[in-house]
Design a protein around this ligand. Structure first.
Ligand SMILES: Cc1ncc(COP(=O)(O)O)c(C=O)c1O
Length: 449
């Protein structure tokens, strides 16, 4: 295994206990380290970023050409063709009247800017007391202070919480361990009704917005909401004039087998926050897509949306995003995500039959999660100190598979998961290769427990 030979002493690592491999190059669904060892990228970066695959020459060509002609523009005075063309494409892809786009550089900026836009909408229309953001426990909306405050990922927020604003949270829509109906034959949608109860507790006049991931990624390991959930959420939001933000940072642009994750429920949100797949890992890019009616309120007031960042809407990222999305559409990768996602889900279920530590298999499209348990009958989780998912992840890495191990699905602390979000260009043979390595890695760790 390639270990760090070059001088990395000046780089702050994410995890001081870890020795990092040196990535040398990547192509399609594979990454190679400096020793020439090949890894199947089962997580598409950190994570679900690489949508169309690594190293696509057409994207590199667009990037080089745009860098030569106009890499950056003074956005306080100019607009440019790539931003206009990309915004038009996003408006075409987004549901309903979500036709107005604000560009940012990543997912945390996207969720925070969506929240700011929601707040400003209420302010400009004369409902200035509306400011609270309701979210769900076991959710992730970004690592910046604002996004952490309204997110619900215990491990990522607890150290920094004194610096953030801790918003109200409702329980997740998490059928396997639902506190309302896990022991009932079907979902009761009490988890959706919890939003109404929280709005009433807080006072509707104080609540600006509700934010949720259609399929929960980092905090629950690919858990889709139950059928009817977002329809009920939409009704509640409409009843109390609360804007619904779909956080599509991970689920956007084909990841779940539909253009946006929320499309599975046929619901039109007020705002979409998105990033990752929009530029497929080629350049930092994110976007807020808003309903016409929201932006028109600001326009009528001649308002200033005070949210610009240095790289907001830079021509290079917009040109790359445009090229990535055109490639995605031209190669029908949304459909490939649906088809190969079913194969991955079925394959993971077959592994569950052989590996007693797999308690639950869930997902949508190429967003598939395994929950690892000590006892399948009682759903008892492993002690977090055993780091079972990290051990399976390490065993898989040694065998040439990149996974995304996670903890905290039970209550923010306990609960091991493995999440798989390979590039959307993955083939059937590559899905089988992923499953074969995972099978071996699970077996290795199981024998040690
Ligand atoms: C649903 C969701 N929202 C927001 C974010 C934050 O995005 P970023 O890491 O680009 O800031 C992520 C990142 O994983 C995410 O999965």
């Amino acid at each position: 295994m390639a270990r760090v030979q070059i001088d990395s002493r000046h780089v702050i690592p994410r995890d001081f206990r870890r020795q990092y491999l040196v990535a040398a190059r990547a192509e399609g669904v594979y990454v190679w380290d400096e020793d020439g060892k090949r890894y199947l990228d089962g997580s598409a970066g950190s994570s679900a970023v690489v949508s169309i695959g690594h190293g696509v020459p057409e994207i590199a060509a667009v990037m080089a050409e745009q860098a030569r002609t106009l890499a950056y523009a003074p956005m306080h005075l100019f607009t440019h063709r790539p931003i206009m063309e990309l915004a038009a494409l996003l408006a075409e892809l987004a549901p309903g009247s979500l036709n107005k786009v604000w560009f940012v550089s990543g997912g945390s900026e996207a969720t925070e800017n969506a929240v700011k836009l929601a707040r400003q909408y209420h302010l400009e229309r004369g409902a200035g007391t509306k400011h609270l953001v309701i979210s769900r426990w076991q959710s992730f909306h970004g690592n910046t202070l604002g996004a952490m405050g309204f997110g619900g990922h215990t491990f990522r927020r607890r150290r920094y919480l004194p610096l953030a604003q801790n918003g109200p949270h409702i329980p997740p829509a998490y059928r396997y361990r639902c506190e309302y109906c896990a022991d009932r034959p079907g979902c009761t949608l009490h988890c959706a009704d919890a939003l109404e109860r929280e709005i009433r507790r807080q006072g509707a006049e104080n609540v600006a917005t509700f934010i949720a991931e259609p399929v929960v990624g980092a905090a629950l390991g690919a858990v889709p909401a139950p059928e009817g959930y977002f329809q009920r959420i939409r009704e509640i939001c409409d009843r109390y004039e609360v804007l619904f933000i779909a956080d599509e940072v991970m689920t956007g642009f084909g990841r779940t087998g539909r253009t946006f994750g929320i499309d599975h429920w046929g619901v039109v949100p007020d705002l979409i926050a998105t990033a990752k797949g929009v530029s497929g890992g080629y350049t930092p890019l994110g976007a807020v897509i808003a309903r016409d009616e929201i932006v028109e309120v600001l326009e009528r007031k001649g308002a200033n949306f005070v949210a610009g960042h240095t790289y907001t809407g830079n021509p290079l990222s917009c040109a790359v995003g445009l090229a990535v999305l055109r490639y995605l559409l031209a190669h029908d990768l949304v459909e490939n995500a649906r088809v190969q996602g079913e194969r991955l889900l079925e394959g993971a279920r077959a592994l569950q039959a052989r590996h007693p530590i797999i308690g639950d298999v869930r997902g949508k499209g190429l967003m598939v999660g395994l929950e690892l348990v000590k006892d399948r009958a009682t759903k008892a989780p492993f002690s977090p100190s055993l780091e079972v998912s990290a051990k399976v992840g390490q065993a898989a890495l040694e065998r040439g598979l990149i996974t995304y191990p996670l903890q905290g699905c039970v209550d923010g602390v306990e609960g091991d998961m493995l999440k798989f979000t390979p590039p959307l260009c993955i083939s059937a043979d590559q899905v089988d290769e992923l499953l074969a390595i995972l099978d071996e890695a699970l077996g290795v760790v199981e024998r040690t427990l």
